[in-house]
Design a protein around this ligand. Structure first.
Ligand code: SF4
Ligand code: SF4
Length: 649
C-alpha cells in the first residue's frame, strides 16, 4: 500500500529517529497513523464541535452550529445538553479505563496476599502500611499478608457502593474536601460514578448541562483519587516505589545483535514478570543458540514508563513511535497488554518478522498471537512469551535492520517519596525555594501524542520555556518520553533552566524536568500538591501550580485534565476538545469553574502562548499568597504561530 500524500518528515516529528522511520515507511509504502489522519481530512465538523449525538435509535442527530438548521435533536436535546453528555461519556470512558486497570492490579495484589501467585511479592512494606492507615486497617500483631489481604478487601469496597466514600480521600486537604462537599461532588464509589454517568447521559435522564458537568467533575475525581491512585499505590507495593534511576531513550535502545522485545500498553503486572523471565538462564541460552548475544527489553507508552521508573528498562518511545519501532526490522516481539495500542500494529508487523503477542482477554488483536495472562502462573507465562520472542528472532532479515540514532541518556524514578528524599526528607526545602522565588512554581506536563501536532513539539517546547523561567516541571506518560528524548531529563539539563531552578537542580543533582511515571501516576502529582497545600495550610487551588496536556488524544487524558481542575489545578490543553458547539459549556469550563472549584481549563495549541498563560497564572497565585511576584501582565503573550521547533536529537 503506497502512501499517496506528500510528506515532509520534519513537520511530523521533532525527532530524527521518527523522521528516519517515516522516510522508510514512505519509501516502502507502509501506512502510518499520519497517513490515516490525512485520509480522514476534513474531519466531521459536527463531531469536532461535539454537536452530534447517537445516544439512541431516534438519532443520530446533529445541531447546526450556524443556527440555520436544526437546533435540537429528535428528543429535544439542545447543543448544551448534547455537548455536555458527549463530554461526560468521554470522561467516564477514560476514568473507567484507568479504574479497570487499577482493579486488575488490585486483583493480582489480592491473589498475591493470599499466596496464590508466582512472580509477585510485597516489595514495599512501608507503602503498604501507609495505605493501611488510609483505610483504617490495624497493623499491630498482624503479618504482612494479613494486612495486605484486609487492605485489598477494603479497596475492593471502594469500587462498589457500600461505603459512600473512597479511602484515599483522607489524603485530600481539608479545604479541598470542603469544596467538594459543598458542591456535592465527593466521589462515592469508583464504578458507581462511571455507571451513573452512563445512566445520566441516556436519553431523558439528566437534561441540565450544568448538572451533567458537575457529575463530570465527580466522575473524574473517582479516577484521580480512586482508580488511578489504586493502580499507582498497589503497583508501588508489589513492584517497589520508584527511586532515581538512569536509563536511555529513543529507537537507538534497540540492539542489532540481541533479541529485542518491546513491552507496550499500561499495566505492569505482566511486563514485570517478563523482566524476570528475560533473565532466565535457559532462555538466555536459547537466544544464544539462535545466534543472538542476549535478550533486550525496551518500553513503549506507559507499560514502558512503569518499567523505566522501577527497573531502569530503556524506552523505545511514546505513542506515535509504536508503528515506527516495528519498521526498524529489529523488533522480534511486541508484547501488548491494553490501552493506546493501535490496531494497526499487526498490519505493520506483517511487513516484517515481528511477533505481536497480546496478553489480556479483554484486549485482543486479530493477527496477534494471544497468550492469556494469568497471575497464578505469572512466571510460567512470562517465560512462554519470551520463548516466542526468541523463536521469532530466527526470522529476522539482516538486510532489513535499520536502527536510527544513538540512545539519549536520561533520569527517571521521581516518585513523591524520591523527591522528598532528594530534598532531605521533607518538602520544606521545595516550599522555601518557591517562597523566595528561586522556583516560581511547579507544572505537571502530561499526556499523549496526537498526529494533529508535530510529535513531541508541544511537550518539548512548553517544558523548555517553563524551566527557562524557573518553573519546576514534573512529567508523566508520553510527555515524559518526549522530554527524555530531547535531553531535558539529564541532570546536565539544569543548564537549560533559569538561574534559580538551575542552582537547586545542580545542588541536588537532579534534572529540571522530573519523570513521575505513567498516566495513572498523575496521582503522584495530586499527592505532591496535597502535601504542599497541607504544609502551607492552604487549598491546592491557592498554590502556584498548573497542569498541561499539549498533545492529548485519549479519553483518559480528558478524565485526567478534569480531575486536575476539580482538584484546583489550572489546566491548559493543547488540542481542542469537542465542546465548542456549546458556548455555555465552554464558558463554564474556561471561566465559570473558577468560582466553583478555583481552577479552569484553557485551550491553547501554541506552546509559546501556553507557557505564557501558565507563567501568568503562577505569578497571580504568588501575588495572592503574598509571595514576591512579577506583574503577570508584563509576561508577553506571543502571537500564535511564531513558535520555532526546538533543537533535539
Ligand atoms: S438522545 Fe436525542 S439527540 Fe441523541 S440521538 Fe437520541 S434523539 Fe438524537
Ligand atoms: S500519555 Fe496518552 S498516549 Fe501516552 S500512554 Fe498515556 S494515554 Fe496513552
Amino acid at each position: 500500500m503506497k502512501t499517496i500524500f506528500p510528506v515532509d518528515f520534519q513537520r511530523m516529528s521533532v525527532h530524527k529517529d521518527s523522521q528516519a522511520m517515516l522516510r522508510r515507511a514512505s519509501e516502502e509504502g507502509i501506512e502510518t497513523v499520519w497517513d490515516r489522519l490525512a485520509k480522514q481530512e476534513p474531519q466531521c465538523g459536527y463531531c469536532s464541535l461535539g454537536l452530534s449525538c447517537r445516544n439512541c435509535a431516534m438519532g443520530p442527530c446533529r445541531v447546526d452550529p450556524f443556527g440555520d438548521g436544526p437546533q435540537k435533536g429528535v428528543c429535544g436535546a439542545d447543543a448544551d445538553v448534547i455537548v455536555a453528555r458527549n463530554l461526560g461519556r468521554a470522561i467516564a470512558a477514560g476514568a473507567s479505563a484507568h479504574s479497570d486497570h487499577g482493579r486488575d492490579i488490585l486483583e493480582v495484589f489480592h491473589a498475591t496476599a493470599a499466596g496464590e501467585t508466582t512472580g509477585y511479592q510485597i516489595a514495599d512494606e512501608g507503602k503498604l502500611k501507609a495505605i493501611a492507615a488510609d483505610y483504617g486497617v490495624e497493623l499491630e500483631d498482624r503479618s504482612t499478608r494479613e494486612v495486605a489481604l484486609e487492605v485489598a478487601e477494603a479497596i475492593m469496597e471502594d469500587y462498589g457502593t457500600r461505603k459512600g466514600s473512597l479511602g484515599f480521600l483522607k489524603r485530600v486537604p481539608a479545604k479541598r474536601l470542603a469544596v467538594w462537599q459543598k458542591l456535592d461532588i465527593l466521589p462515592r464509589g469508583i464504578d458507581r460514578e462511571n455507571v451513573e454517568m452512563l445512566h445520566r447521559t441516556h436519553m431523558g435522564v439528566d437534561n441540565d448541562y450544568v448538572n451533567i458537568l458537575l457529575h463530570c467533575l465527580r466522575t473524574s475525581l473517582s479516577d484521580g483519587w480512586g482508580g488511578s491512585m489504586v493502580a499507582t499505590e498497589l503497583s508501588d507495593v508489589m513492584f517497589g516505589t520508584p527511586k532515581p534511576v538512569s536509563s536511555e531513550m529513543n529507537l537507538g535502545v534497540l540492539k542489532a545483535d540481541e533479541v529485542n522485545i518491546a513491552l507496550h500498553g499500561h499495566n505492569p503486572v505482566l511486563s514485570d514478570v517478563i523482566v524476570q523471565a528475560s533473565q532466565d538462564p535457559e532462555l538466555l541460552n536459547l537466544a544464544k543458540e539462535q545466534g543472538a548475544a542476549g535478550i533486550n527489553l525496551v518500553g513503549l507508552c506507559c507499560t514502558g514508563n512503569e518499567l523505566l521508573m522501577r527497573r531502569g528498562i530503556p524506552m523505545a518511545g511514546n505513542h506515535l513511535i509504536q508503528e515506527l519501532v516495528i519498521m526498524t526490522g529489529a523488533l522480534d516481539a511486541m508484547v501488548v497488554d491494553y490501552q493506546c495500542i493501535m490496531p494497526s500494529v499487526t498490519d505493520v508487523a506483517k511487513c516484517f518478522h515481528t511477533a505481536v503477542i497480546s496478553t489480556f482477554d479483554k484486549a485482543k488483536f486479530p493477527g496477534a498471537i494471544h497468550i492469556t495472562f494469568d497471575p497464578h502462573r505469572g512466571i510460567e507465562i512470562g517465560k512462554e512469551i519470551v520463548r516466542r520472542a526468541v523463536q521469532a528472532y530466527a526470522g529476522r532479515v539482516a538486510d532489513k535492520v535499520y536502527i536510527p540514532g544513538e540512545p539519549i541518556p536520561m533520569m527517571a524514578g521521581f516518585s513523591v517519596e524520591a523527591i522528598v528524599e532528594a530534598l532531605g526528607g521533607s518538602p520544606e526545602p521545595l516550599l522555601a525555594a518557591i517562597k523566595d522565588g528561586k522556583i516560581r512554581g511547579a507544572v505537571g506536563v502530561v499526556g499523549c501524542n496526537n498526529p494533529k501536532i508535530k510529535q513531541d513539539f508541544g511537550h518539548v517546547q512548553l517544558c523548555r520555556r517553563l524551566i527557562e523561567n524557573d518553573i519546576l516541571v514534573v512529567v508523566t506518560g508520553c510527555a515524559a518520553v518526549a522530554n527524555g528524548k530531547a535531553g531535558q531529563m539529564r541532570p546536565e539539563a539544569a543548564d537549560m533552566a533559569g538561574p534559580g531552578l538551575a542552582g537547586i537542580c545542580k545542588a541536588l543533582g537532579i534534572p529540571p524536568v522530573l519523570h513521575m511515571g505513567s498516566c495513572v501516576d498523575n496521582t503522584r502529582i495530586l499527592v505532591l500538591a496535597a502535601a504542599l497545600a497541607n504544609q502551607l495550610d492552604v487549598d491546592i487551588s491557592q498554590l502556584p501550580l498548573a497542569a498541561a496536556a499539549p498533545e492529548w488524544y485519549s479519553e483518559k487524558a480528558a478524565a485526567i485534565g478534569t480531575y486536575a481542575v476539580a482538584s484546583g489545578i489550572y489546566t491548559v490543553l493543547g488540542v481542542q476538545p469537542p465542546i465548542f458547539g456549546s458556548k455555555n459549556v465552554v464558558q463554564l469550563l474556561a471561566e465559570g469553574l473558577e468560582d466553583v472549584v478555583g481552577a479552569t481549563f484553557a485551550i491553547e495549541p501554541d506552546a509559546e502562548r501556553a507557557a505564557s498563560l501558565i507563567r501568568r497564572h503562577i505569578e497571580v497565585k504568588r501575588r495572592e499568597l503574598g509571595l514576591p511576584y512579577h506583574d503577570p501582565q508584563t509576561i508577553p503573550l506571543p502571537e500564535r504561530g511564531r513558535e520555532k521547533s526546538p533543537a533535539v536529537a
